[in-house]
Design a protein around this ligand. Structure first.
Ligand code: ATP
Ligand code: MG
Length: 670
């Protein structure tokens, strides 16, 4: 394998923060980077002190790779920090959650109400035999009650394992058993594109497959006749599942009568807060473990600085709580800051493709945090949808989940942010707990497609094959420009404490590639000005005629063409070159495939980044195989292009997409 990952794409546009933004920003002094780098422990300690602790810590950090402990000896409670300290003070009547559902109804819950709701539910958990040290499997729609469940678990010291409500019975069963959960919390159903997703029926199936540790299933009536959501509309037909007396318990029959008095369990800083399974883009999901003190410190700090979160903000993160983004930036981070969060249950194109923009208009969201996959879908649908909505309340935009192509970044900045709103591209993982690489909106001059610099206190390195590279700790810190492996060289508070029940896999996956450094699995490039450009997963990077080329760069060049909305690029086995570049593209709304288009696209890539990156073949398709969290699964496209049987498709959003693609691809070849 060649020594470094080639980087080819050039992007020189730069967007410095406006003087108005700087003047009001939570942080605007570039010196904070050097200060944090000089003493990261003192930096993180200053954040931890902004949380409420029942007992102080005696040691800030103990680290023997791969094992880290933060704020050792300290005692705190995550829910106390997210709810009680606001409800008991000036934010009692401040909205904590504004929720809107697909049929159009909405609800607002204040911090005072949130405290009562969470406390009642926590008492109900106790009545069902759940206590400190137990684990709870959560399979719910994106309703306020989902946040209550997470916070009620944390209140009594039980750990939650939220499983995205789109996963199958097998996936739920696998995760519930892996985490050895005592209770499953679900709802009768949830809304998606005018239909009802039958959650309880899927839990029944998972229970039939066998979840021996589960003694009860707690069911929220949400879409059914006496549910809270239907907004006067009759719920469409759906599978209600089968009620099992003794095992199944209705939420409304046990929760409302509980007392609102439920003290917060004092938790050790290193006690388990939750387990969350990764989205499975690269294979079997890993049960990522997060503990209390460090995770709360990391999510609190990043929420405040990356999103410039203020008391007046309406923070709209579109991620489901089934993903880490929903954990850290719908619930724990913003709520630790006492913010108002906006939650939406439903699809972004129901009833029409302007739904997200209508929600922003209606609730006057000020911050929008979403994923490149969504942004590219919005681009594909066209600007007429955002253009007909008033989104002047927005003041900051964020992106997470995949590398954002420069063209999608520019579209987001111009069409959604009207050029006024800083865009923060945030790189992080389920494993990192909180944002690691990002612009700070009051400091950083952003470049479209670059996640810019590490958050203060974080040390990133771009390693060569042999594990050499400078530590990058902020703007202006440069090293050898070029591509390599993304590693984190110092411990940070919100880092995962491991894979649940599998320390060997933890060691092997993240800590064996390089000595004493966390290997994230992603490729990254450092440019001459010290900016970091994420290149996608190392497994996805292609080896063409002896050059490692990032799939992401070729995809960005394709998306740069006016007719392309989305692209997925893979390396296909080739006799002479080792791998040949193969691309799958989706066209933008209003554009059709025509003879000559494929050659035009190949030429466009060669023009943008050089002949080396010219794709050998380009296949125009209607959809790409994606995970439930919207990430393209390139390993399946490699299976398609190389004519193999498809690998594990259980974490796909829609397995039919890849089967159809395979058929079409094969018939186009013959
Ligand atoms: P699995 O580990 O099971 O394959 P996953 O990696 O998709 O699943 P997540 O933890 O949700 O699960 O995603 C983290 C990954 O997402 C990162 O390692 C990176 O590849 C990608 N990613 C997230 N944010 C960004 C970003 N801003 N820029 C580039 N890539 C990103
Ligand atoms: Mg991963």
């Amino acid at each position: 394998m060649s020594e470094t990952i080639q980087t080819l794409l050039q992007e020189n546009r730069s967007f410095p923060p406006s003087p108005e933004f700087i003047a009001q920003a939570n942080v605007s002094d570039p010196e904070i980077y050097a200060k944090a780098a000089a003493d990261p422990e003192a930096f993180w300690e200053s954040w931890a002190k902004q949380l409420d602790w029942f007992e102080p810590w005696h040691t800030v950090c103990e680290f023997t790779p791969p094992d880290a402990k933060w704020f050792v000896g300290g005692k705190l409670n995550a829910t106390y920090n997210c709810v009680d300290r606001h409800a008991n003070g000036a934010r009692k009547d401040k909205p904590a959650i504004i929720w809107e559902a697909e049929p159009g109804n909405s609800r607002t819950i204040t911090y005072g109400e949130l405290k009562d709701e969470v406390s009642r539910l926590a008492n109900a958990f106790k009545a069902l035999g759940v206590g400190k040290g137990d684990r709870v499997s959560v399979y719910m729609p994106m309703v306020p009650e989902l946040a209550y469940v997470m916070l009620a678990c944390a209140r009594i010291g039980a750990a939650h394992s939220v499983v995205f409500g789109g996963f199958s019975a097998e996936s739920l069963e696998e995760r519930t058993n892996d985490a050895d959960c005592k209770l499953i919390v679900t709802a009768d159903g949830g809304w998606r594109r005018g239909h009802i997703v039958p959650l309880k029926a899927t839990v029944d199936e998972a229970m039939d497959l066998g979840c021996p540790s589960v003694s009860h299933v707690l069911v929220l009536k949400h879409v059914g006749p006496e549910g809270t959501l239907t907004n006067g509309l009759a719920a469409p037909k759906y599978n209600e599942g089968v009620w099992q007396e003794g095992r199944d318990v209705w939420w409304h029959e046990i929760v409302p009568q509980q007392s609102t008095d439920c003290p917060c369990e004092p938790m050790d800083s290193e006690d388990l807060l939750f387990i969350l399974y990764t989205s499975g883009s690269t294979g079997k999901p890993k049960g990522i473990v997060h503990t209390t003190g460090g995770y709360m410190t990391g999510t609190y700090a990043t929420s405040k600085w990356v999103f410039d979160l203020k008391d007046e903000d309406i923070h709209f993160c579109t991620a489901d709580c089934g993903w880490v983004t929903g954990h850290s930036y719908v619930v724990y981070g913003p709520m630790a800051n006492g913010a108002t969060v906006l939650m939406y249950e439903g699809a972004p194109d129901t009833p029409d493709k302007d739904r997200l923009w209508r929600i922003i208009e209606k609730h006057k969201a000020t911050i929008l945090y979403t994923a490149p996959t969504a942004i590219r879908a919005f681009m594909k649908w066209g600007t007429q949808y955002p253009d007909r909505c008033d989104m002047s309340s927005l003041r900051l935009l964020g992106s997470v989940g995949e590398p954002i192509n420069p063209e999608a970044w520019i579209w987001y900045h111009e069409t959604i942010g009207k050029g006024r709103c800083p865009v923060v591209d945030t790189w992080w993982q389920t494993e990192t707990g909180a944002i690691m690489i990002t612009a700070l909106p009051g400091i950083t001059a952003t470049k479209p497609g670059s996640a810019t610099q590490p958050f203060p206190g974080i040390s990133v390195s771009v390693y060569s094959e042999s594990g050499v590279g400078n530590q990058i700790t902020g703007p202006g810190v440069t090293g050898k420009a070029g591509g390599g492996f993304l590693v984190l060289t110092k411990p940070w508070p919100s880092m995962t404490r491991g894979i649940f029940n599998d320390p060997a896999r933890f060691q092997r996956t993240y800590w064996s590639r390089f000595e004493n450094a966390y290997f994230a699995g992603d490729g990254v490039k450092l440019d001459e000005e010290g900016y970091l450009w994420l290149l996608g997963r190392v497994d996805d990077i292609m080896l063409v005629s002896g050059h490692n080329i990032s799939t992401m760069e070729v995809e960005s060049a394709l998306v740069d063409h006016p007719s392309v909305a989305e692209a997925a690029v893979i390396g296909k086995t080739h006799d002479l070159k080792g791998q040949a570049i193969s691309a799958f593209v989706i066209l933008r709304g209003g554009h059709e495939n025509h003879p000559g288009l494929v050659d035009e696209l190949k030429g466009h890539v060669a023009h943008k980044i050089g002949a080396l990156a010219r794709p050998d073949d380009i296949f125009v398709c209607a959809e790409l195989p994606k995970t439930r969290s919207g990430k393209i699964m390139r390993r399946l496209l490699r299976d398609v292009a190389e004519g193999r049987a498809l690998g594990d498709t259980t974490t796909l959003a829609d397995p039919a997409v890849v089967a159809l693609l395979k058929d079409k691809y094969e018939s186009s070849e013959s």
